[in-house]
Design a protein around this ligand. Structure first.
Ligand code: 9MR
Ligand code: 9MR
Length: 588
């Protein structure tokens, strides 16, 4: 720009400062004291925003051009949120039901990011969060036709993966190779880890079993979109087929496929370190058994996939048998050598929950009661079940049982009422804590909700609540689930929408090698950032980026690629977001 033009431009801006234009400008940058779902709300649903203030008393809802006020209301009494030490008030504008684009304004505080009130308001982010799995595909190029500006070359063919000495067997000695292509990259790194694929696939397959009609029409624009299988299942098949290559002949399943050390932040095609499959383990094998058992009953209905369902069941039972014979094959990464392995450990030493999950899925698929006896769920319902996470998967068994509850109403083996009761009780606890929460959300029921990948805690709480809703039809569960979706999309103490590409202030610089290494300004869309993590386990040069504003559990988040402790993405975090957002879309 020439200097005279700059002068004219500055002058114009100065004049316009006193006009309506300046107001629009102001809304572009949204007040960081107003925390709101930056995507929006369903016409008939509850609508809340959080204002960081102890003084302000009134708020208004304006059309997005800020020309018309459509609603004015009183803020609630102030409350402190212990997880951010903020004093906040709630703005409730649930009675605004007309579709449109709006902002929320509080005088003396400012104007919010814009948001929308509409039917299907979360459809695009919900869909994008599933499309994100396509962008995580290993061993294939992503043509522009499907990947848009994030098109990239293939990386990690994984057709000559070496058997690590910890994984050696008679027919597959150390140093020999197997082919194990495909699957999704786990996270910001390029590893493929069975344990984490387990909960990820279980979550996605459960969404499919719960809402098949909605998912059958979801068009993801992927290479398989033209075939007769729903895109949602085609995408999950991409990872399932990889998982199937991870089972050894004896039924045991390799813990992971990885390079010995993390590769630098290069594109997939340039990450060419030798890849290894490492040690068969009980956790990986049971997670595999659960996923393949569940997948077997889903794919039974597809003639286009002859034999798949049967093969999955055979593999599942073989894995289960191996795990029963090897109940304590603990993955101890620190003991591995030649080469040493330093990538993600996913080390878990307690396999009871994995066994319960696998046995239950096998029971549901086969009807064989011995599996249910093995699962032995009902003796410890009160104590042993919590919000799912990668090392903690037995609640997925409860979800599957209640989904198929019609089969068990008069059952002599399953006390389905006890299972239902457990889910609604857990749901009630989340609902009641959201009622007293300063942010009006279940997230933060306990301070320990804020862990590495805390956003998946919020999403998984949402799934629990949606299970309770599907059993009871009681809207209180649906509303609480929706409140956690609001949390993830902006109604949180950082003010960020944690889904890349969605929201005026959204995560832009995730720890994600493909996004870091391309020369595209925008990150790959539809990825859920890990979220606030007071552990702050980042490396030295990154730790000092946490300032005073990041010092509380709920604010311990930096939108910086260096931060693998708060800003990485991962398939086991995206999957519960996919469930939460798509299930709410399907229900509303
Ligand atoms: O990129 C890695 C990420 O996926 C892991 O979650 C994280 C913790 O294990 O480690 C990251 O890799 C870093 C490595 O541990 C040390 N060298 C720098 C790597 C990238 O920041
Ligand atoms: O999600 C995992 C988290 O629970 C652990 O605390 C953390 C450190 O071990 O690792 C996380 O998983 C990472 C995995 O080890 C490697 N790929 C990236 C994952 C997300 O950061």
């Amino acid at each position: 720009m020439k200097s005279s033009t700059i002068f004219l431009f500055s002058f114009l801006c100065f004049v316009l400062n006193f006009s309506a234009f300046a107001q629009v400008n102001k809304s572009d940058s949204g007040s960081d004291k107003i925390r709101i779902n930056q995507i929006g709300f369903y016409p008939e649903a509850s609508k809340k925003a959080i204002i960081v203030t102890s003084e302000a008393t009134d708020f208004s809802i304006l059309t997005a051009d800020q020309k018309t006020e459509v609603f004015s209301g009183k803020l609630s009494e102030p409350k402190e949120w212990p997880h951010s030490k903020e004093t906040v008030k709630q703005a409730d504008f649930s009675s605004v039901e007309n579709s449109g684009k709006y902002v929320l304004h509080v005088s003396g505080i400012g104007t919010s990011h814009p948001f929308e009130i509409a039917k299907n308001v979360h459809y695009e982010p919900a869909k994008a969060s599933m499309k994100a799995f396509y962008y995580q595909r290993a061993s294939t190029d992503l043509p522009e036709e499907y990947a848009g500006k994030w098109a990239r070359e293939a990386g990690h063919p994984d057709d000559k993966v070496k058997i690590h000495n910890s994984a050696a067997s008679q027919n597959r000695p150390a140093g020999s190779t197997i082919s194990s292509p495909g699957g999704w990259y786990d996270a910001g790194d390029y590893g493929k880890y069975i344990v984490n694929s387990g909960i990820t696939m279980g979550t996605l397959l459960s969404l499919y079993e719960d809402f098949p009609n909605y998912l059958d029409t979801l068009n993801l624009n992927i290479p398989e979109s033209q075939n007769n299988i729903p895109d949602f299942l085609d995408e999950t098949l991409y990872n399932l087929r990889w998982m199937m290559t991870m089972q050894d002949e004896d039924g045991g399943v390799y813990h992971k496929l990885t390079s010995a050390n993390f590769h630098g932040a290069v594109a997939p095609k340039d990450a060419t370190l030798q890849r290894w499959v490492v040690q068969k383990g009980t956790a990986a094998t049971l997670d595999f058994a659960a996923v393949t058992a569940q997948a077997s009953r889903i794919f039974q209905n597809y003639n286009e996939l002859p034999g798949l369902s049967d093969s999955l069941l055979v593999m599942s039972e073989k894995a289960y048998t191996w795990a029963k014979e090897n109940p304590q094959a603990i993955y101890r990464q620190e003991e591995l050598k030649n080469p040493k392995i330093s990538t993600g450990a996913y080390g878990d030493q307690n396999f009871k929950d994995e066994l319960q999950w696998a046995a239950t899925e096998l029971f549901i698929t086969t009807g064989n009661e011995n599996y249910y006896k093995d699962a032995n769920l009902e003796s410890s319902l009160e104590t042993d079940f919590g919000i799912p996470a990668w090392p903690n998967v037995n609640t997925l068994a409860l979800y599957s049982l209640v989904r198929h509850r019609d089969k068990y109403t008069n059952s002599e083996v399953v006390d389905i009422d006890a299972i239902i009761n457990q889910i609604t009780k857990m749901g009630d606890a989340l609902v009641s804590s959201s009622k007293t929460s300063a942010y009006a959300i279940p997230m933060g029921t306990r301070e320990s909700d804020f862990v590495w990948g805390s956003n998946s805690t919020a999403a998984n709480q949402g799934i629990l609540l949606l299970n309770a809703f599907q059993i009871t039809d009681d809207e209180k569960y649906l509303n609480a689930a929706n409140a956690n979706l609001d949390y993830l999309l902006g109604r949180n103490a950082t003010g960020y929408s944690f889904l890349t590409g969605f929201g005026e202030k959204a995560t832009r610089d995730p720890h994600h090698r493909p996004s870091e290494s391309d020369d595209i300004e925008d990150p790959v869309p539809g990825l859920l950032a890990a979220g606030p993590n007071p552990g702050q386990q980042d490396k030295e040069g990154c730790k000092n980026k946490y300032t005073d504003t990041h010092k509380y559990p709920a604010t311990s988040y930096i939108d910086d690629r260096c931060s693998y402790a708060s800003n990485e993405i991962a398939i086991n975090w995206n999957a519960p977001f996919v469930y939460l957002a798509n299930a709410i879309e399907a229900i509303r």
